[in-house]
Design a protein. Structure first.
Ligand code: FMN
Length: 379
């Protein structure tokens, strides 16, 4: 197969991964309505074609908190990345570095912080969940600082995990889950050899380092369920602001008033996100929520967005809807699962080219020139 787009990488990932892993990545919560709307609402945005503008000089570069990005794209945090490709967090971080953009490590990564940062020269970003065990949060933040992490992404839309019924069908959870996972691995020998055998330890690296004992995949759902904190409120975030002196981004904002609160709180950025449709099904897609939030807070805070981006064209659509910068979740994970670091680099270069083409044909010579005027309005 000639791999040319996200849909091809998704198909290649599905062929390679045991179903419990593919569906864990691919799925959303409940009926997956928000997951579908994230993609279709964004693809419905028509850009305005503008021609004959001498587009020979064009720049995709973008500055985020003093860091130069080759394009306005960041890799979103994705848990268990080291289960989709051998030491997956290291491969993704290397690909991001090669393509000139930041990689964000998830709290619940397979590789610990200390395994990834020595493999790259570019500073890594780190994502933190709100957890009951505040000592773990402090410990991991101290380790992130010591490892040279620059930017903290604080995820607030997971005080409790959403109901993901696909996981119960696929063997990620539910009856005989462990037995089913083993049987699926046996039926997918290239994954079983490459990741199952050679990609060990299959551990939650950051959590094991803190607990001083191995935290296995089987403990993952249980650990998350026991540790997510439904009591969290804005006041609880004060100590994070005091503790973390670098840029702080709050991820998982979908409401205008919450966005205004994030500005009042003193966050440096927000990610308009519904966690890729994995939390509360039925909430608004990011493409619909973003313009409302941009109207209220654009210019007061750096506006990131994720959920539903499947191409470079979608990146431009999100910028036209008001984002300053975009983040990718599933799309880069499909490429990573299919072809490792090389796949992610390839996917990002396809996106880069699509952004360039879209800018050329909408008459935007720099990222800052993409805006609301880039959207076509029906008469
Ligand atoms: C398999 C998977 C695991 C994820 N794990 C995390 C995580 O650990 N922390 C987090 O903040 N978001 C996590 N997310 C959400 C992503 O960061 C991002 O918000 C979402 O994937 C964006 O939607 P998209 O996949 O449509 O691009 C995860 C998403 C997926 C698909």
């Amino acid at each position: 197969m000639v791999i040319s787009a996200t849909t091809d990488y998704r198909a290649a990932a599905q062929a390679k991964l045991p179903p419990f892993l593919f569906h864990y990545i691919d799925g959303g919560s409940y009926t997956e309505t928000t997951l579908k709307n994230n993609v279709s609402d964004l693809q419905d945005i028509a850009l305005k074609q503008k021609v004959l503008n001498d587009m020979s000089e064009l720049s995709l570069e973008h500055d985020v908190f003093g860091e130069k990005l080759s394009m306005p794209v960041v890799l979103s945090p994705v848990g268990l990345t080291g289960m989709y490709a051998r030491r997956g967090e290291v491969q993704a971080a290397k690909a991001a570095e090669k393509m000139g953009i930041p990689f964000t490590m998830s709290t619940v990564s397979v590789c610990p912080i200390e395994e990834v940062t020595p493999a790259i020269k570019r500073p890594m970003w780190f994502q933190l969940y709100v957890l009951k065990d505040r000592e773990f949060m402090k410990n991991v933040l101290e380790r992130a600082k010591a490892a040279g992490v620059t930017t903290l992404v604080f995820t607030v839309d997971m005080p409790t995990p959403g109901a993901r019924y696909r996981d119960m069908h696929s063997g990620m959870s539910g009856p005989y889950a462990e037995f089913r996972r083993v049987m699926q691995a046996v039926a997918h020998p290239s994954w079983a050899m490459d990741v199952g055998l050679l990609g060990k330890p299959h551990d939650l690296g950051n959590i094991s380092a803190y607990r001083n004992k191995t935290t296995k995949l089987g403990d993952y759902i249980g650990w998350l369920g026991d540790n997510f904190d439904t009591s969290i409120s804005w006041q609880d975030l004060e100590w994070i602001r005091e503790f973390w002196d670098g840029p702080l981004i709050i991820k998982g904002i979908l409401d205008v008033e919450d966005a205004k609160d994030a500005v009042r709180f003193g966050a440096d950025g927000i990610v308009v996100s519904n966690h890729g449709g994995r939390q509360l099904d039925g909430v608004m897609s990011s493409a619909k929520a973003l313009p409302l939030i941009a109207d209220a807070v654009k210019g007061d805070i750096k506006l990131f967005v994720d959920s539903g981006i499947r191409s470079g064209l979608d990146v431009v659509r999100m910028l036209a809807l008001g984002a300053d910068c975009t983040m990718l979740g599933r799309s880069y994970i499909y490429a990573l699962a299919a072809r490792g670091q090389q796949g992610v680099e390839h996917l990002l270069s396809l996106y880069q080219n699509e952004i360039r083409v879209a800018m050329t044909l909408t008459g935007a010579k720099s990222i800052g020139e993409i805006g609301n005027h880039s959207i076509a309005r029906a008469m």
